[in-house]
Design a protein around this ligand. Structure first.
Ligand code: HEM
Ligand code: ISQ
Length: 145
């Protein structure tokens, strides 16, 4: 059991592929979210003018979310648990973010990684991201007051 070195390496290398074309991959990410949850447009002020790859707030928030998922993989490999700032729990509790929304964002993350890595995609790679995301989401929810 546990998160393996291979899983961490898969997440790290695909994180690099994601960052290598942040504007384009951000468009894939937000488009996937809005397809399944159009109301997300009202949650994020930077989506007011649509999915604009030249909006640094839009790409910055995407980079942060993927970066935290990568950091979750690193923590899982090193310590077997994911710890997040209490503030991260408070923000999401305040916005009443629920499990259905966590699932929409997860599916958008997995789809974006698939596009980013192209023919390097595998089930193993996808599962590594899924575990890192699920454990991160659980840590955020655990921090709900
Ligand atoms: C804010 C991360 C899931 C909605 C934030 C912030 C972070 C973050 C770091 C602070 C502001 C920023 O820098 O972006 C995450 C991570 C998630 C996750 C790592 C999954 C593991 C979700 C989900 C939703 C959501 C599923 C709802 C669809 C929000 C909202 C804010 C926020 C509404 C406040 C945005 C603002 O007004 O500035 N999140 N988030 N988050 N998140 Fe999440
Ligand atoms: C959730 N929380 C913070 C930032 C985000 C950016 C895109 C999609 C979901 C997010």
């Amino acid at each position: 059991g546990g998160f393996t070195e291979k899983q961490e390496a898969l997440v790290n290398s695909s994180w690099e592929a994601f960052k290598a074309n942040l504007p384009q991959h951000s468009v894939v990410f937000y488009t996937a979210i809005l397809e399944k949850a159009p109301e997300a447009k009202n949650l994020f002020s930077f989506l007011a003018n649509g999915v604009d790859p030249n909006n640094p707030a839009l790409t910055g928030h995407a980079e942060k979310l993927f970066g935290l998922t990568r950091a979750s993989a690193v923590q899982l490999r090193a310590k077997g648990v994911v710890v997040v700032d209490a503030a991260l729990g408070s923000i999401h509790a305040q916005k009443s973010v629920n499990d259905a929304q966590f699932l929409v964002v997860k599916e958008a993350v997995l789809k974006t990684i698939k596009v980013a890595v192209g023919d390097k995609w595998s089930d193993e790679l996808s599962i590594a991201w899924e575990v890192a995301y699920d454990e991160l989401a659980a840590a955020i929810k655990k921090a709900y007051p």
